[in-house]
Every structure is written in structure tokens, then in C-alpha cells.
Ligand binder design. Sequence first.
Ligand code: PLP
Length: 429
Amino acid sequence: MQTSQSARLFEKAKNYFPGGVNSPVRAFRSVGGNPLFIERGKGSHIWDADGNEYIDYCCSWGPLILGHANDEVLNAVENTMRNGTSFGAPTRLENELAELILTFNSFIKKIRFVSSGTEAVMSAIRLARGYTGRTKILKFEGCYHGHVDSLLVKAGSGLVTFGNTSSAGVPESFVNETITVPLNNKEAVLQAFERFKDEIACVIIEPIPANNGLLLQGKAFLSFLREVCTQHQSLLIFDEVISGFRVSFCGAAGLYSIQPDICTYGKIIGGGFPVGAYGASQEIMSCVSPEGNVYQAGTLSGNPVAMTAGIAQLTQCLQPHFYRELEEKTQYLVNGIMSVNSFPLFKLFTLGSIFWIAFTDKKNITNADDIDANSMQYFKTLYQTLLKKGIYLGPSGYEVGFISSAHTYDDLDKTILAFKEALKMLLIE
Ligand SMILES: *Cc1c(COP(=O)(O)O)cnc(C)c1O
């Protein structure tokens, strides 16, 4: 496989950007080699700068649930753009996207559009603090919520901890407002509330944790969080930036029928453009400026081009059987790969159209501690072999894969065959 053009572009990029990239995981550091520079995409396929073709399971890390360059999205965006790309004044397109979401998602009654998942989470935390008048937040080890200062915190030693920053530049005083507990551990949550009962503004969780492996939580644990939050008048935030519009139109809240107090969205909501959002009840959202005193604003918020892409994408997600068909494809892929697997530790965990490759002898992985860092060596080898066979995954063993509606059964059959051979080679190495 020829990749000299990508290599050349990466050398250049290193002069311009830290590590040659504008977001760290793109740099391929955990799988080795140079990142591929992507030239174009159509449907489930992408082509790199050297003309190599891949079946893409990264899908821009989740947003592209219809695949690349979806015709309806492109046509709509083109029409909108001709009328101008930004006004900094309201447009009818914001109403249309909001109406589409609020009509079919009964878990939120009002919404505010922002420009990224990080921004949505940052605003939701501020809103929870403003609404409750409390300062502390409780998060789970193994959940990612974007690069929000107070959430770049990893657990210390012990069940309930004020963690350590997972990034330089985050003040200790911020970290002291963030309590960190393990996933799927009721005892830890109870202990945290016992110690800090009237101080906890919110509990934030990815209801389907999918940024550090796929750490599936039982419905019982999520219901338990709902009860504990209600009991202590803390807000429950579901960070649905990945799971929103992915596992169902109403995300994990809909899948599990659990009512969070605030939901955050991103990724799919923007149809491949930078959009995030947070939503809640009328009462909670009335705290947001200009109605209330929780300040939050954005020059490009509700951008008409991005709104248009979101409308075009979400309209297609609402077609009958859309999510069932995605799930059927994912099951077909997962069962197909498992049926040809020859490598003992290889496992696939899946929910809806999300899947995660793990190397483990455990039956379930529900907690960040259950992931063996050494197993990432296997992923690295598997990754490079699959890449040469035309299968593109997110370049890290901690990342999940996504199926889009553009993936065909022919794509899936080719992928199963590639896995069969790659897993066989893993056995030899
Ligand atoms: C991707 C993601 C974010 C951050 O979104 P960005 O658009 O990258 O800022 C936050 N929370 C979750 C659960 C995510 O998956």
C-alpha cells in the first residue's frame, strides 16, 4: 500500500500544528505509523491522498450516521449557503431544527444550540450550578465529556476521590470541585452523596459510555442515579453527545426510558457540521440568558448552514425502521466477525450501531479499570493489518466504531473477510 502522499502532508502539517494535527487522536500515536490524509468520502467509503480506498467505521467519530456526502444533506446545505452563511441574527432554520427535535424527543422541552459537544457540556454544567446554587459535580472514571476544564479529571486512589487533572493547565482549585467515582458502582455514588450531600450540583454521565471503550451500564445503575439525584436535589446530566440520535432518536434516555434533568448533544445533531446543544425542562432552561442569569452565548450558534445539515440528517433518521436497520447491520457484522474469529481474547461489544473491539477474557467490561492497557498491543497489530485490507477504524483501541445507513451488506461481508484474515495473522505473530 502506497501512503507517501499522506506521509508528505503529515511532515508539512507538523510545521503548522502541535503533533501535526488539530485533535490529538488523529495523530495515530497509539496505532503507530502516520495518519492518513483523507481526500474525499462518499457513503461508507473514504479515499486517502494516495488514492487508497477504505470502508470507513470511524464516520468522523460518530456524526455521519448517513455516511459521507449524503446527497440530501449536500443539496440542502448548498441551497442554504447561497443565501449567506451566517447572520448573527435568528433564522427560521433554528426553529425548524428545534421543532424537529422537540417534537420527537419528549425528554427535553427547550433547547439551546451551541457549536460543539464540549461547549454543550460546559454550558450544561454551568446551568446545573446556576440552577441549584451548588458548586460540586460528580463524574465517572471512564467517561469523556469533551475538554471542559473541570472534567479533565481522572480518579485518584480510593473509591470516592477528588481526582488529579488529566491535563496540564487545569487549576487544582477546579479539580477540587469535581468528585470522581467508578462506573457501575452504587456504593461509590452513595458514599459521595453521604460526604457531600448538599454540595453536589449535578451528576454527569455518558449513559452509554463510548469514549474509553464501550462500558455498557445496566439500566438498573442509570435508574439508581436518577433516584439518588432526585433524593438529593442534584441534577442528572446525560451527556448524549455520542448516544443522542445514535441508539434511538431520543438517545439513551429514550432507550432506557429514564428522564435526565439536562441532556447534551453534539455529533449527529449537526449532520457533519459543528453543532452541539443542551436541553432540559422549561423551568431549568428558563435560567439561561437572556431569560435567566446563567450566561451563555455564541457568535456562530445556530449557524444556518449547520442547522440545515442537521435538519436534513435528522429528517432521514426519523424514517420508519431507520434505527432497526442500523442495528440489524451491526448485528450482522458483529456476528459475522465472531463466527470467523480464531483469536481467543478477541471480543466485540455492541449496542445499537456502536461497536467496540476489545482483547479480554472478561465476559463484560463495565468499568474503566477492567480494560487491560497491555491488550492495546493486539489492537495495534490488528489495526495495521485491517488498514492494509481497506478497513478504516478510529486509530485507537479505546475508541468505538460506528455503522452508518450507507454501509451495505457487501461492505459488511468484505469487512468480515478482512477481520478473518487479520485475526488469523494475529495468532501467528
Ligand atoms: C465527542 C464527545 C464530547 C465532545 O464533543 P466535541 O464536539 O468533540 O467537543 C463530549 N461528550 C461526549 C460523550 C462525546 O462523545
